[in-house]
Design a protein around this ligand. Structure first.
Ligand SMILES: [Zn+2]
Ligand SMILES: [Zn+2]
Length: 318
């Protein structure tokens, strides 16, 4: 089973995105790139080089529903005459623009984000929508943990690896322990556990960091020899990366706990102190990061928490 990485340009800060063509019957692509002219052209060129056309695709598998990964899914599906689209059903909340939902607003209010900032974040995500199409519930097939994506000569095992988003999935080729991991594992940067409503109970927050650490440990237990990430080069030394991530998480935990002062702080306060110069989408990501670490520190009994009006306020233990 040949896995062919294709790098596609994105208009986003993160830079190019990697999609993976599985050159095997049924012809499958894992992730699609954003809905831009540049990305579809680069995809056509990459597929042509491998001897295929977009219209040959039979299956479009999505690691998660961020625009840089899923944006072209509908266009590809239409061009390939109803190729099957597969994504984990916990990505449902993401399929129709992230900050549109009332639940997201509630999460941001609870994180102490001022109304004007929430409006700004919304406008930004409205703008992001043009880089992807959403799908109705009957237009996709759900990916299931531990199920197999069958090919003519072999299969890829589906691993539900939540954290970056609730429905993020990775794919394992068991024969040589190669993993395609989307944004769960990236070579140069530590993936952001993005603030999301819990897919089971949207009035709650998804425990993104705790889930992410479990996913990382699970990938580690498979002793992968090669990990293909959603951005950047492949990773051949997963063990080294695992420890690097772990140290980064511990450092960030200590930093966040250190920012919790006697008078009480919200995630927004912590985000501003950690990343005073964050703008645009990074404002939202820095709030995500602060919430994830405060949540984790609180669940481990390292800091106290109370509600003040609608906002969650964290204080040192007394
Ligand atoms: Zn992502
Ligand atoms: Zn990405």
């Amino acid at each position: 089973m040949r896995i062919i990485p294709i790098s596609l340009p994105t208009p986003f800060y993160i830079g190019p995105v990697n999609v993976y063509l599985i050159a095997e019957d049924p012809l499958t692509i894992i992730d699609t790139g954003p809905k831009t002219k540049e990305a579809i052209e680069a995809l056509r060129a990459g597929m042509r080089q491998a001897g295929f056309l977009v219209s040959d695709l039979r299956r479009i598998v999505l690691t998660h529903a961020h625009e840089d990964h899923c944006g072209l899914a509908r266009s590809l599906r239409d061009e390939a005459k109803n190729a099957e689209v597969l994504i984990h059903n916990w990505e449902t909340g993401h399929r129709h623009s992230r900050l549109q939902h009332e639940e997201h607003r509630t999460l941001l209010v609870r994180a102490g984000v001022p109304e004007a900032e929430i409006a700004g974040m919304r406008a930004l995500y409205e703008h992001m929508r043009k880089y992807g199409d959403s799908f109705a519930d009957d237009e996709y097939t759900s990916l299931w943990d531990e199920a197999e994506l069958e090919f003519e000569s072999g299969s890829l095992r589906i691993l539900h690896t939540p954290g970056h988003t609730p429905g993020s999935c990775s794919f394992l080729r068991e024969a040589d322990r190669t993993v395609i991991a989307g944004d769960c594992v990236l070579k140069r940067i530590t993936p952001n556990p993005v603030l999301s409503p819990d897919p089971i109970d949207p009035s709650r927050r998804f425990p993104s960091l705790a889930e992410y650490l479990v996913s990382l440990a699970r990938l580690r237990s498979l002793s992968p020899t090669l990990v293909y990430g959603g951005h950047g080069e492949p990773i051949r030394d997963f063990e080294e990366l695992f420890h690097r991530y772990f140290r980064a998480f511990q450092d960030r935990q200590s930093q966040v706990i250190g920012l919790v002062t006697k008078n009480g702080v919200t995630a927004w306060d912590v985000a501003l102190k950690m990343f005073p110069n964050a703008d645009d989408v990074h404002r939202f990501l820095s709030v995500s990061e602060a919430v994830a670490h405060l949540d984790m520190a609180h669940s481990e009994g390292k800091i106290a928490y109370e509600l003040s009006g609608q906002a969650e306020v964290y204080k040192p233990l007394v």
